[in-house]
Design a protein around this ligand. Structure first.
Ligand SMILES: Cc1cc2nc3c(=O)[nH]c(=O)nc-3n(C[C@H](O)[C@H](O)[C@H](O)COP(=O)(O)OP(=O)(O)OC[C@H]3O[C@@H](n4cnc5c(N)ncnc54)[C@H](O)[C@@H]3O)c2cc1C
Ligand SMILES: *[C@@H]1O[C@H](CO)[C@@H](O)[C@H](O)[C@H]1NC(C)=O
Ligand SMILES: *[C@@H]1O[C@H](CO)[C@@H](O)[C@H](O)[C@H]1NC(C)=O
Ligand SMILES: *[C@@H]1O[C@H](CO)[C@@H](O)[C@H](O)[C@H]1NC(C)=O
Ligand SMILES: *[C@@H]1O[C@H](CO)[C@@H](O)[C@H](O)[C@H]1NC(C)=O
Ligand SMILES: *[C@@H]1O[C@H](CO)[C@@H](O)[C@H](O)[C@H]1NC(C)=O
Length: 506
């Protein structure tokens, strides 16, 4: 029938719809989908519902899109797809600080919600990821901050989800660990449908301090990582492998009257001069590793000073501890006179895998071993990202497809939480855009996946990495996820490459 319509359209001289590529936040040359025939800026939840029904009637696949803060071509399937952008579906409703809840729509971002809540004396706690990212997109893909003491996964703060299923009907799923629908919806990969509304937990606004210290690599790799991270509200490590050092960053709450400083963090802001310098240096690092060593040296030096300004004056804050409001310190955003690195054309690759805390030392030691093996071949590798290699942590959170879930049949003890190895690297803007010693990165990923039980981050890995790591996903959890998916989306309207790799459409 569809083909007949197409035939008639063509026969009548109508232009056939051409598919186009949809890109990640890195823009042109960084595809997230290859076969997009329609892109819509939805303006309400009802509008999303009608678009979904329209796509279904036209035989198109559907994927939601928010801020594109994903890294690879894994958003859609490779079949013809309608993209529904959620940016303008961003209402915030039913604020109730006494009950500790607020309801947001699909496209609400962290910085939008935090500003709105701050004005009303509230925050969403530690389930934060980054400033210009949608909370719906983060919950869909299992995104997380870094904490062993508090919930690190964004979904840890979700009480209820409204999902537009494969028939365009809205289904409400409430948090309930005894309900398979919740355990699937908690990390759904967008395969159950579009998350249209989220009810979130909120708390009275707090102030937070941030501290940072430099640690020797050997002390971290051979040390007790739980003791470094678990005591704090949120904490992480940045690894500088060429310098053999870590930055250890940790945060906790303080009474609001402890300091009147209003620190505001920026992880991504740079000036044009800084961006151009880094780009020239790192592009040459494709051929001359000494440029990468120098880059790591410079980035390390920059990272030592607090990446904070006082929000009121825009003056740099020169020493730790830094104090400020919850979101401003934990995330912050951009400085008014600067832009994020990617807007100056600095692009990245990344890899993120989660391992059980019980094997944290072993994993870091293995990575060091891989660096040393290169050094023996006189290929000294370094971090080529301005914040080094990010080592994050996640408190256990039970659901089917989350990176930090527990109770799996793999024989590992995930109950003590997970350590994430998040290795961003510079993507040269020249030639084939491959990195210096590209094989090292591929071998590193393959070695970790084959030698350790680990779980991929769902938007920070290539198709190859997802494919290779899929063997570590618990088969009984996958089967239970699939049963819910088949109920919500029997025809596979929301199918993606990730869902295909997991065998959910076989
Ligand atoms: C610079 C940077 C830093 C990051 N830091 C972290 C981090 O610290 N921790 C972490 O865990 N992740 C991190 N990420 C990854 C990021 O959190 C996820 O990729 C997140 O899904 C991006 O959300 P988005 O709103 O930009 O959605 P998009 O990138 O537009 O979409 C991502 C995926 O979610 C689906 N989706 C989006 N909205 C919905 C919806 N409403 N319903 C159903 N499906 C939906 C899309 O179809 C797509 O498959 C980072 C990414 C970048 C680029
Ligand atoms: C959707 O909104 C974006 C702005 O966020 C704009 O760039 C784009 O052109 C809009 N697309 C359509 C189809 O209106
Ligand atoms: C957030 O992202 C959008 C693109 O979706 C961009 O237009 C906007 O400038 C960004 N805002 C900030 C504050 O970075
Ligand atoms: C787009 O999808 C259609 C089927 O939906 C397929 O026939 C076609 O080959 C795809 N094109 C690309 C570029 O993947
Ligand atoms: C780290 O120390 C804690 C006590 O603070 C202990 O329970 C845990 O077993 C230690 N972990 C390792 C890997 O030694
Ligand atoms: C902060 O306020 C509390 C009461 O709310 C008080 O006990 C404490 O002394 C105050 N601290 C400072 C540093 O003013």
């Amino acid at each position: 029938m569809l083909n007949l319509f197409r035939f008639i359209f063509v026969a009548l001289g109508f232009q056939q719809v051409t598919a186009s590529v949809y890109n990640t936040f890195d823009g042109e040359g960084s595809p997230s989908c290859y076969n997009v025939t329609e892109v819509h800026n939805a303006t309400s939840v009802d509008h999303i519902v009608s678009l979904v029904k329209d796509a279904k009637s036209k035989g198109l696949q559907v994927r939601a899109a928010a801020k594109g803060h994903m890294w690879y071509d894994t958003q859609c399937s490779d079949d013809e797809t309608m993209i529904i952008r959620t940016e303008f579906v961003n209402g915030i409703h039913d604020f109730d600080l006494d009950a500790g809840t607020v309801t947001i729509e699909a496209g609400v971002t962290f910085f939008q919600l935090s500003a709105w809540l701050h004005e009303r004396g509230a925050n969403i706690g530690t389930g934060l990821v980054n400033w210009n990212i949608s909370i719906g997109g983060c919950v869909a893909m299992g995104a997380h901050r870094t904490s062993l003491r508090n919930d690190a996964v964004v979904v840890g703060g979700v009480r209820k989800l409204d999902i537009i299923d494969g028939n365009g009907e809205i289904r409400t799923v409430e948090k309930d660990e005894d309900n398979d629908e919740w355990l699937a919806a908690s990390t759904s990969l967008g395969l159950l449908g579009v998350i249209a509304r989220l009810q979130l937990s909120i708390y009275p606004e707090t102030k937070v301090w941030a501290r940072q210290e430099i640690l020797d690599e050997a002390d971290v790799i051979g040390g007790n990582l739980t003791d470094l991270i678990a005591p704090y509200e949120t904490a992480n490590l940045w690894w500088w492998p060429y310098k053999k050092k870590f930055h250890w960053r940790y945060y906790d709450s303080v009474p609001a009257n402890e300091s009147d400083q209003e620190g505001f963090q920026s992880t991504f802001s740079v000036t044009e001069l800084e961006a151009n310098t880094a780009k020239a240096l790192l592009d040459s690092g494709k051929f001359f590793p000494s440029s990468n060593w120098l880059a790591e040296e410079i980035f390390f030096g920059q990272w030592e000073a607090p990446n904070f300004r006082d929000k009121r004056t825009n003056e740099p804050i020169k020493e730790f501890p830094v104090y400020g409001w919850n979101y401003d310190v934990l995330i912050g955003g951009l400085y008014p006179d600067q832009k994020p690195v990617w807007e100056y054309g600095l692009k990245g690759y990344t890899l993120e895998l989660a391992f059980p805390m019980t094997r944290a030392n072993e994993m870091l030691k293995r990575v060091r071993g891989l660096f040393d093996a290169e050094a023996k071949k006189l290929r000294f590798m370094s971090a080529t990202y301005r914040s080094g290699i990010n080592i994050k942590f996640g408190k256990a959170h039970f659901d089917f497809l989350g990176q930090v879930t527990t109770g799996t049949a793999d024989g590992e003890d995930w109950s003590q939480g997970a350590i994430m190895f998040d290795f961003p690297s510079y993507r040269p803007s020249i030639g084939d855009q491959k990195r210096y010693n590209e094989e090292f990165y591929i071998n590193l990923a393959n070695t970790l996946i084959d030698e350790f039980t680990c779980r991929p981050h769902w938007t920070k890995n290539t198709r190859d990495v997802l494919q290779r790591a899929s063997k570590h996903i618990d088969p009984s959890y996958l089967a239970r996820f699939k049963a819910v998916k088949d109920k919500f989306d029997p025809t596979g309207l929301y199918r993606s490459v990730v869902g295909e790799i997991l065998g959910l459409y076989d």
